[in-house]
Design a binder for this molecule. Structure first.
Ligand code: GDP
Length: 442
């Protein structure tokens, strides 16, 4: 999250401004210097962006002679982490030497600075605000944190000074995988046609690298290449794993699949379309979901099917009913034996991979969230309504969201499902696991 730091000398109203922006009483405010002891930080939404708002304090009790030194000391780390600094001064007292000194230091920190001239009720602050131009920090924003005046313009200025949302996305999701081939596992029950499929893929594609040294013998990777780039097929040797004596063939298909999918990012679940969905297929699908991998459903042996559309629908329904997280899963049908339709597989894999990596822009996410909780309020539990205040995506692979509120551990599964389905539909994330986490904010 971008960090907004409120800084300034004691008693200019930083905590009141902090509370005003946070919309709630987080810090204890008092006219006496020295009331705010610790640095406070809350995550808030400014208009439609989540930011972390930091109040610098903790030095108010100190000897006024050393105020600047203390200010600097307590603000240093906060300002260093800031994306924007709101420098707060007092319209009533005008510019003091401490303000001046602090402004000088602040300018050297190279952060965008918004000058908030507080205690500017009515027009009392207009003249003071003019004086504040002499800081050379650009336009002063007269506000009354106490009465809420001018706060809208201040927020606007802060939002303008924040780093671009797209840059932020880029930072948050720093992709160390850009030059790495996507890791793909092919799993399924024995005789579904996995090996035939791999051979078909290898026959169509040029094999760039053979078995990789350094990998265990059971997890040999093969690299495929098409116009879009490379794909690493993990655990091809696992396809041929023989059941141990104490393992039935069915058990083996599940445990071998688990090993393979742990190494993968995208998992192709091959189903013998002629036989339809078996309990083992569902077991494997559940593992894929549990491990948070993205999945493409591959319906094989299409060549020997009669009523293709009906079969396709039946299989898709069966998977989706058993696994809500697989809603909208990509389905590709082909004949691994003849090769017909196999070319559709890698593009579907890449699409699923992109969804799995998806980052929802914060602004759009919060707009959706407001609407979603208004349309369906979080339920009452033990006589009180649960509150969820805001949502933020903390990562992709799979898309993972954190919701902040109170008593969030009580949020029932069906309400969670409602939110997940809404996210899935609104932000176009079919077929990928979506994770929610909950945190109680104070
Ligand atoms: P694996 O155990 O999943 O690796 O399955 P195999 O690739 O060994 O295939 C099992 C059997 O199904 C073999 O006899 C294949 O020839 C056959 N098979 C695989 N794919 C197809 C297909 O698309 N159509 C038909 N008719 N048979 C297939």
């Amino acid at each position: 999250l971008p960090v907004v730091v409120i800084a300034g000398r004691p008693n200019v109203g930083k905590s009141t401004l902090f509370n005003r922006l946070a919309g709630r009483r987080y810090a204890i405010v008092n006219d006496q210097p020295g009331v705010t002891r610790d640095r406070k930080s809350v995550e808030i939404i400014l208009r439609d962006r989540s930011v972390s708002l930091v109040d610098t304090a903790g030095w108010e009790e100190d000897d006024p002679q050393t105020v600047f030194g203390r200010m600097r000391k307590s603000s240093e780390s906060a300002v260093a982490s800031a994306d924007v600094v709101v420098f707060c001064v007092d319209a009533r007292s005008g510019i003091t030497p401490v303000d001046e000194h602090f402004a000088q230091w602040l300018r050297k920190q190279g952060k965008p600075i918004i000058l908030a001239v507080n205690k500017a009720e009515g027009h009392a602050g207009d003249i003071a605000a003019l004086e504040m131009y002499s800081f050379g920090l650009g336009e002063p924003y007269p506000v009354s944190a106490e009465h809420g005046q001018g706060v809208g313009d201040l927020i606007e200025a802060v939002l303008d000074a924040l780093p671009n949302e797209d840059d932020e996305i880029f930072e948050d999701f720093e992709d160390d995988n850009v030059d790495r081939p996507l890791k793909l596992a092919i799993v399924g029950r024995p005789n579904a046609g996995k090996s035939t499929l791999v051979n078909q893929l290898l026959g169509e594609q040029r094999v760039i690298t053979g078995p990789e040294a350094g990998l265990t013998r059971d997890s040999i990777s093969v690299f495929l290449c098409d116009e879009e780039g490379e794909v690493e097929l993990v655990d091809t040797a696992g396809l041929r794993r023989k059941a141990r004596i104490d393992e039935t063939l069915e058990k083996m298909s599940v445990s071998a699949s688990l090993e393979a999918l742990k190494m993968a990012e995208v998992v192709v679940l091959v189903i013998d379309a002629e036989l339809g969905v078996h309990e083992q297929d569902l077991q494997i699908a559940r593992l894929i979901e549990r491990e948070g991998r993205c999945c493409v459903l591959a319906l094989n042996k299409w060549d020997i099917l009669e009523d293709r559309e009906a079969v396709r629908q039946k299989i898709k329904d069966r998977i989706e009913i058993s696994l809500t997280q697989m809603n909208g899963i990509a389905v590709v049908s082909f004949s691994a034996l003849t090769g017909r339709g196999v070319h559709k597989l890698l593009p579907a894999v890449r699409r699923a991979y992109a969804i799995w990596n998806k980052r929802v822009p914060t602004g759009a996410l919060n707009r959706w969230f407001e609407e979603a909780i208004t349309r369906h309020n979080p339920p009452m539990v033990e006589g009180r309504r649960l509150k969820i205040r805001y949502i933020t995506q903390i990562k992709g692979r799979p898309p993972t969201f954190v919701l902040f509120g109170t008593r969030t551990s009580k949020i029932p599964m069906d309400y969670q499902r409602y939110l997940v389905n809404g996210l899935r539909a609104t932000f176009d994330m079919p077929g990928t696991p979506i994770r929610l986490q909950f945190r109680d904010s104070k």
